[in-house]
Design a protein around this ligand. Structure first.
Ligand code: TRP
Length: 450
């Protein structure tokens, strides 16, 4: 299956698609802020250790499971351990997580589309500096605009999936990922050439170990896991599309390098400008919808249109390639039962839009904003479940399966492409990282999350 028309046609295409999944909103609005908040260079070094040792181990394990079996998560677990079929429920947890994340992603991605449009049309340029928080709150709580945006975004995602793995996902990723790089570089140049840019660089990179609290260590670990899109089976599905002749270790390395590089560049594009215009650093929606529009407005009318437009396009592109991987994972799973890929894709898009509309209405100030369960709205619940709980649980079970249930020889065979690639690092990877370090890190992350 992996080498037929159903898979990626080249290593480059496969890496771009997987990097597209990994590079998402988190790289832009979460990583730089976490880095700055918890000690700059000190946090960065810790992040590099976590992402390359633990995140990449999880990524590689998912790619191996996917390519070895050529199946979507549920069947993949079953194929590797037919005797203990309960393992396939790990795959099911992953698929459910994908569906829920997709729904939340549609809402937020819709917001970015709206802000892209408001930037290039000049609407944002006419909002007064102090009014952005109110502007965003009014938009997010309105009954129609966010829904239209999320539906448009879902339609874009669906069109790519209907194009197929090679002609849809791979082709689009090969174009969009370089576009994303150009956009972030453009913003870096603008940001670095502003007077006072060095304060932002100091915030991001100056090592300050006194700020690296235990809470910070956990936030950095969580980001290292979240950033590579592991723990929901997406990388198992993409792994099943990777050509048999590719070196999986190299692919995982490239995906991790691209993901980390874009996260760092995003920080350089954002914080020097934030400090240059006297704004205070923030993360998440507060940063992109309240703080940054003020920064772009300070660049004058044209600056606001060009750089604001470039920034929100960057966000939308990052979100789109992630949404594509999420919809693909659930679509491929559904297609195993429905036997029709397109029907599966359309059905899942519609269902996901329904959940997304409910989530959008449940956002602060929305029609359903007052409906709470245990003090949290549906939006908050989805955020919490898909951020803090489900992915680490699923990743932990996956790595335990990989390290302790799947036969060592099977893993070695898959990583060495049947013994044709050198595997000097294999023992370290398998015995130290996959068996012990990664599971322990996930248990720590989970216990801390609760
Ligand atoms: N990695 C994405 C980011 O950094 C978020 C994410 C987590 C994701 N899991 C995913 C994206 C699965 C696509 C598929 O923002």
């Amino acid at each position: 299956m992996a080498e037929s028309k159903n898979g990626f046609s080249s290593s480059f295409g496969a890496i771009m698609a997987a990097a597209g999944s990994a590079i998402g909103l988190g790289n832009i609005w979460r990583f730089p802020y976490i880095c700055g908040k918890y000690g700059g260079g000190a946090a960065l070094v810790l992040y590099l250790v976590f992402v390359f040792l633990i995140g990449m181990t999880l990524l590689l394990s998912e790619l191996v499971i996917g390519r070895r079996t050529g199946h979507t998560p549920m069947k993949a677990f079953e194929a590797l351990q037919p005797k203990r079929r309960a393992w396939r429920y790990v795959g099911l947890i992953g698929i459910i997580t994908c569906f829920l994340i997709l729904s939340i992603y549609l809402v937020i991605s819709g917001w970015t589309l709206n802000y892209f449009w408001e930037s290039v049309s000049g609407t944002l340029a006419s909002v007064a500096d102090g009014d952005f928080a109110a502007h965003f709150a009014a938009f997010a709580a309105s009954p129609v605009a966010p829904i239209v945006c999320l539906v448009v975004f879902a339609a874009l995602t669906l069109v790519v999936i209907l194009g197929g793995v090679q002609n849809g996902i791979e082709k689009v990723s090969k174009v969009l990922m370089p576009v994303l790089l150009v956009l972030v570089l453009l913003l870096c140049v603008r940001s670095l050439t502003l007077p006072g840019a060095s304060k932002g660089l100091a915030y991001l990179f100056h090592p300050d170990f006194s700020k690296l609290s235990w809470e910070g260590v956990l936030a950095i670990l969580g980001q290292a896991l979240f950033s590579l899109s592991v723990g929901m089976g997406v990388m198992i599905v993409y792994g099943s599309y990777i050509p048999k002749s590719d070196n999986l270790f190299k692919s995982a390395m490239w995906i991790t390098v691209c993901d980390t590089a874009i996260a760092l560049l995003a920080g350089v594009a954002i914080f020097p400008a934030v400090f240059a215009f006297g704004q205070s650093p923030d993360g998440g929606p507060g940063l992109v919808f309240n703080v940054l529009p003020v920064v772009f407005n300070s660049m004058g009318n044209v600056g606001s249109i060009v750089f604001g437009g470039a920034f929100f396009l960057l966000l939308a592109v990052a979100a789109l390639t992630s949404a594509i991987s999420l919809l693909e994972a659930v679509t491929a799973w559904g297609a195993e039962y429905l036997h029709k890929r397109n029907v599966s894709a359309a059905l899942i898009t519609v269902l996901s839009c329904v959940v997304a509309v409910l989530a959008a209405y449940a956002y602060e100030g929305g029609v359903l904003g007052g409906v709470k369960l245990g003090g949290m709205s549906l939006f908050d619940w989805l955020n919490k479940l898909t951020g803090d709980y489900l992915p680490p649980i699923c990743a932990l079970l996956t790595i335990l399966f990989f390290g302790w249930v799947v036969k060592k020889d099977v893993v070695r065979d898959e990583l060495s492409n049947g013994g044709t690639l050198p595997t000097r690092w294999f023992e370290f990877f398998y015995l130290v990282l996959a068996r012990w370090l990664a599971p322990i890190a996930l248990i720590v992350a989970l216990v801390a999350g609760i």
